[in-house]
Design a binder for this molecule. Structure first.
Ligand SMILES: CC(=O)N[C@H]1[C@@H](OP(=O)(O)OP(=O)(O)OC[C@H]2O[C@@H](n3ccc(=O)[nH]c3=O)[C@H](O)[C@@H]2O)O[C@H](CO)[C@@H](O)[C@@H]1O[C@H](C)C(=O)N[C@@H](C)C(=O)N[C@H](CCC(=O)O)C(=O)O
Ligand SMILES: Nc1ncnc2c1ncn2[C@@H]1O[C@H](COP(=O)(O)OP(=O)(O)OP(=O)(O)O)[C@@H](O)[C@H]1O
Ligand SMILES: N[C@H](CCC[C@H](N)C(=O)O)C(=O)O
Length: 400
């Protein structure tokens, strides 16, 4: 049995595109495995996602299990570490998608060029089709190189190399963002110039539009109908930890999001700012033993786009938390934004909620779906969503 495999790569958006694609494929009646940052869902079995892309031994085990459960499709996030370390060797890739490439993981790759080359490897494995976001500068470069390689017969002529864009109406899949509200977006895709009419997705922001178009184009390459794609996208009610609104009866507006790169944080706060009139209060940090260069950059972005910043710990890992926040502070100061440093993440969230005034929006960035905090070799239970709920409950109990 051949399992049809979709591999998604890029700095941001892989998880979201994977969830969208799975929803579409299931709408089309296909059983689908999902391997990525949040979970490794292999039919009846669900494994913890220790790595976004696991080792080739683990992947082979997953594929054997998919086969034994007669599951014919798998959507996989393919990380740059995974590509660089050959974790997908021996795994066929039928369709490949590229979201974008912006700064991250320079601790590992050292240069953006190395990071790009690692990502590009996926596209030389794709056996049937690939879709690339050409509004991204690295995406455009990849797309042109792939077409050139196909002209030189280094890539088989029957493999479809297609583009997605919101800027170039000549792209294979051109999109218009019709509506963008806190509840979600309305998108109008044009496939080779032909309009699909409006497509609804229950997640906000321009990045959702990009992710939706990529999922949609990959599904079309695999033969799904427009109706199935539209219905599959509409059915997806959200992705854990991606612009996740924390419901409460106290009228406090809080969003939890996994943005942990400069580009993701910029997009997240831009979306939040566009959809909300009041003050943005941003609670965030940066991971330890990871790309240090992004810390002041993320500080500057949060400072420029927020009314107040609470700089806190993300996953400090083996680093001294205060050293990480000091590096972030440099950027926040440069932006001239008022801020507080509170190393204890739950206390930082509490301070944000204490300072909340009607009309504000609290954005808690960096950990999204994560249910733990990595501190000095220990994996301690921690969950942004639960922290918000606990704090709100504690406040109500105190008042009663
Ligand atoms: C850093 C790293 O890549 N670790 C991988 C490695 O684990 P390991 O047992 O050899 O090492 P480890 O226990 O994770 O510790 C290594 C890190 O801790 C630091 N350390 C360790 C001990 C100590 O006393 N002090 C200290 O500073 C080291 O400097 C080093 O940075 O080998 C394991 C088995 O294969 C992997 O599971 C594990 O991935 C960890 C979980 C990880 O987070 N890796 C990241 C970098 C990764 O692969 N990420 C990509 C997704 C990235 C993305 O696209 O966003 C992925 O596919 O998961
Ligand atoms: N297309 C996009 N462009 C830029 N930022 C995005 C995009 N899609 C999502 N984001 C932001 O990046 C964060 C991570 O998104 P997502 O989990 O889908 O990406 P990812 O590539 O799987 O990340 P990771 O590999 O680190 O798990 C989101 O919470 C959001 O803030
Ligand atoms: N896949 C990313 C996740 C980072 C999440 C963030 N919370 C952090 O710990 O930096 C990584 O392994 O670098």
């Amino acid at each position: 049995m051949t399992i049809e495999v979709f591999g998604i790569t890029g700095t941001n958006g892989k998880t979201t595109v994977s969830y969208m694609l799975r929803s579409i494929l299931e709408e089309g009646g296909r059983n689908c495995g999902l391997v990525g940052t949040i979970t490794h869902a292999i039919g009846q079995k669900e494994y913890d996602a220790l790595n976004t892309t696991p080792s080739s031994e683990v992947l082979k085990k997953y594929f054997t299990e998919l086969e034994s459960q007669q599951i014919g499709t798998c959507v996989m996030e393919v990380s740059s570490h995974g590509l660089d370390q050959g974790r997908i060797e021996g795994i066929p890739i039928h369709y490949a998608g590229f979201t974008n490439l912006t700064q991250d993981h320079l601790d590992y790759h050292l240069t953006m060029e190395n990071y790009f080359q690692a990502k590009a490897k996926l596209f030389y494995k794709a056996e049937r089709g690939m879709v690339i976001n050409v509004d991204d500068a690295y995406g455009k470069r990849l797309y042109e190189k792939l077409l050139e390689d196909q002209r030189r017969e280094h890539i088989a002529p029957e493999i479809r190399i297609e583009s997605v864009s919101f800027q170039d109406s000549k792209a294979d899949y051109f999109g218009k963002l019709l509506e963008n509200t806190i509840e979600g977006i309305l998108l109008e895709p044009f496939e080779k110039g032909s309009s699909w009419g409006p497509v609804a997705i229950s997640l906000p922001g321009r990045t959702t539009a990009y992710n939706g178009m990529l999922a949609l184009a990959l599904a079309r390459q695999a033969g799904l109908s427009r109706e199935t794609v539209t219905a599959g996208l509409r059915k997806l009610k959200g992705v854990p930890g991606r612009f996740q609104k924390i419901q409460n009866n106290q009228g406090i507006h809080v969003v939890v999001d996994f943005a942990h790169t400069p580009d993701a944080l910029e997009n997240l706060l831009k979306t939040a700012g566009e959809l909300h009139d009041g003050r943005l209060i941003c609670v965030f940090g940066c991971g330890g033993n990871r790309d240090r260069e992004k810390r002041p950059i993320m500080g500057r972005i949060a400072g420029n786009r927020s009314g107040f910043c609470l700089i806190t710990s993300d996953n400090p890992r083996f680093e001294e938390p205060i050293r990480i926040t000091e590096e972030i502070e440099v950027g926040v100061k440069e932006a001239g934004c008022p801020y507080t440093v509170e190393l204890d993440r739950k206390e930082a969230i509490r301070k944000a909620i204490d300072m909340y005034e009607p009309g504000d929006l609290i954005v808690i960035a960096g950990k999204g779906h994560e249910k733990y905090q990595l501190i000095n070799g220990k994996k301690l239970p921690f969950d942004d969503e639960k922290a918000v709920e606990d704090i709100i409950r504690e406040r109500v109990e105190k008042r009663e």
